[in-house]
Write a protein that binds this ligand. Sequence first.
Ligand SMILES: [Zn+2]
Length: 285
Amino acid sequence: MAWVGQRAERNGGFLHRDELLGFQLGGERMPIIDIARGIRNPHAFGSTLSIVASADGPYDDMESSDGFLHYAYEKGDADGGANRKLRNAITTSQPLLLFRKEIKNIYMPVFPVYVVGDRPQERAFRIALDESFTWLPDLDRLSEPQRAYAHRLVKQRLHQPAFRTRVLVAYQRQCSICQLKHASLLDAAHIIPDSHSHGIPTVNNGVSLCKIHHAAYDQDMLGLDADYRVHVNKKLLTDKDGPMLKHGLQEMHGRQLWIPANKKEQPDRDYLRERYQAFVERNAS
Ligand SMILES: [Zn+2]
């Protein structure tokens, strides 16, 4: 898990299929995922190491209104095959890794996750994103704050990293403003914030930005117009400071954004216009 975490951090939040299949432990190859089955059960393990889910959009069919993820049994014998070791994880409370396959060959890790229940009538396991759920006696009767916490976890640990992965891959892992290519320093910025009802986590409502440009964008220190041009606010333009202000911010004024060639992935001009209007109004006062 530590290795997956470090690798994902370096890559910008995700791993390539080949990295996961080529992992070695003690000089021996030990694939972290099982592409064919979805459930990876190393021979020496008493319970499952990882599960893979495919996401066709920003949300996937694993999500349930009860705040947990529901992971379908492997086809066939409900008590045998790969299902057996996944079920073992309920009693051992051993953490496992969940990988969401966001795009072809790109896997976003979510870990640790816990198998907290069995839903035979749905032929699915219940997966929780926090260890605390393994201690609760009855997961069918969560209190309102517990349910709210479960939903918040899904947003923080699933939706937000999935959005970052999709945006960073679309932008070939570079800042749209300054072209910085250090993935660990890149974020996916929402154009329409996700606190708004239409602030959806789709790539066309996002821009890949480095941490400094993301923070400046969110604080309306810089704006992006519908023609993909960067505007730095007047106060910042006239400030005096060191090289970061001069080169990192002031010199970005008037620059054209680098955007993906695929039209579907380009920032939506209506979203940009709406957000830019807010930037103009905020800086007029
Ligand atoms: Zn940047």
